[in-house]
Design a protein around this ligand. Structure first.
Ligand SMILES: O=P(O)(O)OC[C@H]1O[C@H](OP(=O)(O)OP(=O)(O)O)[C@H](O)[C@@H]1O
Ligand SMILES: NC(=O)CC[C@H](N)C(=O)O
Ligand code: SF4
Ligand SMILES: [Mg+2]
Length: 560
């Protein structure tokens, strides 16, 4: 697989760029978080895109605006800074209906604004900023008027060659009003094609293709013209995008419309069914008569697919389907793999809610193999090593594919803590309290606990939780992380903290165990994660995942 490993020269440039980007974004986000007293945890920052086109005849009876609004609610975990919906009535009208604003979807859209979002087709966006500040002016979708009519664009991702493309677009006489790479994409689509006239009106697929050649990654786009929506996924397939069909009520046949979304998780709640993924490099056109692939743009030959592996680990909702498999099942598989790599004896297996839970169930079900010597368990009892080698027959015969250690919840998550408006006092900070969590003390008392989380980023979550569990009476807490140490920045739509902020760059697992007060701490290996993700991918000609934040191997040369 051809990838770009960071050398020391590039590393310095990366550090500088990281500082620039981190400063411009973090000053907004940190200010927001600090003002609310909220502690920064996890990898934030992706975005969700959604589109809907009603089947003919138009005007449709489908409430397109509401379908998009509910579609965005299902994608709310992908971005909570701002959101927007743009609809088109699909006729000769020279404008789109637009509603955008800062904050959560429920704060932006109400019955009154929904009434104005009439239409037969539309697109929506929910944002976490990566390339420009979290401000009203950068809210998406971007809407522009061109000589060929109105155009709206919603983008998930981040252009790795943004500076170069910016210069190209500016040098063609276009003025940009923001620093957003998504505005840049919108304006790049408006440029007249470099190689001649479009005799029969604008050739949008050709323009999109041209953009894709100029900007290799990373993006999933929904682009709306007056009577159609295009769905576009970058040739590396870095960010997700999938298609669904709106099924008729009362068992009638045929489709009532089509949806396109970053994730499939919301489809059932809007009366849609998952159809398929948009392929890496594919341009899909959706009109009142259905979907059609209009082109597939290839990657350079020596480069592999690079779907973000962290969509499986943490970002996506667990009922979403990627590459033919449900995210929840992959997270369980990560837990199984973790049990094979880093088993430890304990009384209960538990998780840090929410996203660590599926992996904990997987861990609990797995036959356990410790790192150095095989240890076989049946119904929680260690089998003497003498009969160990025969136990695989026993386990399959007796259907004991479990470690024999039950799963039990130990933590209760407070979902309102993010709204607190006070800064913790020095005393509270020194106590290192796990503000988001409470301990289920009866489950914890005198127990040896394997505590599973999906990832450690800054290390702000795990230490206070270990302390909380010990304070609640836990005898031992063994932390197991269902992904490898996070060491490198991401430039593809995820705002990973600077390298210095990533705790794995400061403390190895032994030191981190010591630092957090855990009795042991171990991560899943990169190979283990890859195997867990790729084990059940079927019917796909090609498989490939970006692991740059874990390995420093980037899918495409970085150009700064
Ligand atoms: O090392 P840190 O910087 O503290 O970040 C790591 C934590 O952040 C995420 O959880 P989060 O609370 O964001 O959401 P979740 O409920 O989906 O797990 C992740 O699941 C880890 O628990
Ligand atoms: N996280 C994202 O996908 C953000 C999209 C785009 N780069 C923006 O900042 O608006
Ligand atoms: S660097 Fe990490 S977060 Fe970014 S796209 Fe690659 S796997 Fe995903
Ligand atoms: Mg978490």
């Amino acid at each position: 697989m051809a990838t770009t490993k960071i050398d020391s020269g590039l590393n310095n440039k990366l550090i500088n760029r990281q500082k620039d980007v981190a400063f411009s974004i973090a000053k907004v986000n940190l200010a927001g978080a600090m003002a609310s007293g909220e502690e920064l945890t996890g990898m934030k920052h992706e975005c969700g895109v959604f589109g809907c086109v009603a089947a003919a005849p138009w005007p449709t009876s489908i409430d397109v605006g509401q379908v998009i609004c509910l579609g965005l609610v299902a994608l709310q975990h992908r971005g909570q800074e701002s959101a927007g919906i743009v609809t088109s009535e699909g006729n000769s009208s020279t404008h789109f209906n637009v509603k955008k604003g800062m904050g959560m979807i429920s704060n932006i859209f109400n019955d009154e604004s929904m009434k104005k979002l009439k239409g037969n087709l539309g697109i929506g966006h929910t944002r976490y900023s990566t390339s420009a500040a979290s401000e009203e002016v950068n809210c998406q979708p971007f809407v522009v008027h061109t000589v060929h009519g109105v155009l709206a664009v919603a983008h998930n991702g981040e252009l790795v060659n943004c500076d170069k493309l910016r210069k190209q677009v500016l040098s063609r006489g276009v003025g940009l009003s923001t620093h957003s790479d998504s505005e840049l994409i919108t304006q790049a689509l408006c440029l007249n094609p470099p190689d001649g006239e479009e005799d029969n009106g604008p050739d949008w697929p050709a323009r999109i293709k041209h953009l894709m050649q100029l900007a290799p990654l990373s993006y999933s786009l929904v682009i709306m013209m007056q009577d159609r929506v295009y769905g576009v996924r970058d040739p590396y397939g870095n960010r997700p995008l999938c298609l669904g069909r709106i099924v008729p009520l009362n068992g009638r046949t045929g489709d009532e419309g089509w949806v396109i979304s970053s994730e499939s998780c919301g489809f059932l709640s809007i009366g849609a069914r998952y159809f398929r993924e948009v392929l890496p490099g594919e341009i899909v056109q959706i009109t009142s008569s259905g979907f059609k692939t209009v082109d597939i743009i290839e990657r350079p030959e020596d480069r592999s697919l690079a779907f973000c592996i962290f969509e499986y680990v943490y970002f996506a909702r667990s009922d979403t389907i990627f590459e033919g498999q449900m995210v929840y099942s992959v997270r369980m598989q990560c837990g199984r793999m973790l049990a094979r790599e880093a088993f430890v004896e304990a009384d209960i297996i538990s998780s840090v809610p929410e996203s660590g839970t599926a992996a904990a169930h997987g861990f609990s079900r797995e036959v356990s193999i410790s790192n150095s010597n095989l240890t076989y368990y049946i119904l929680g009892h260690k089998i003497p090593s003498l009969i160990g080698p025969f136990s695989s027959y026993l386990t399959s015969f007796l259907l004991f594919s479990q470690s024999g250690i039950p799963f039990a919840e130990v933590l209760c998550k407070n979902r309102y803590v993010g709204r607190t408006f006070i800064q913790p006092s020095t005393r509270l900070r020194q106590l290192g309290v796990a503000k988001k969590f409470g301990a289920l003390s009866e489950n914890v008392q005198d127990k040896r606990i394997v505590l599973i989380d999906d990832s450690i980023v800054r290390g702000n979550t795990i230490g206070p939780i270990v302390k909380l569990l010990k304070d609640a009476g836990a005898k031992e807490v063994h932390v197991r992380i269902a992904s490898p140490p996070l060491k490198y920045p991401c430039f593809m739509g995820i705002n990973i903290p600077t390298s210095e902020e990533l705790i794995a760059n400061k403390l190895d697992s032994v030191k981190l165990a010591d630092h957090t007060g855990a009795d042991s701490l171990a991560y899943l290996s990169v190979e283990g994660l890859r195997k867990a993700v790729q084990k059940n991918i079927k019917d796909t000609k090609e498989v490939g995942h970006c692991t740059a934040c874990l390995t420093g191997e980037y899918p495409e040369p970085l150009e700064w």
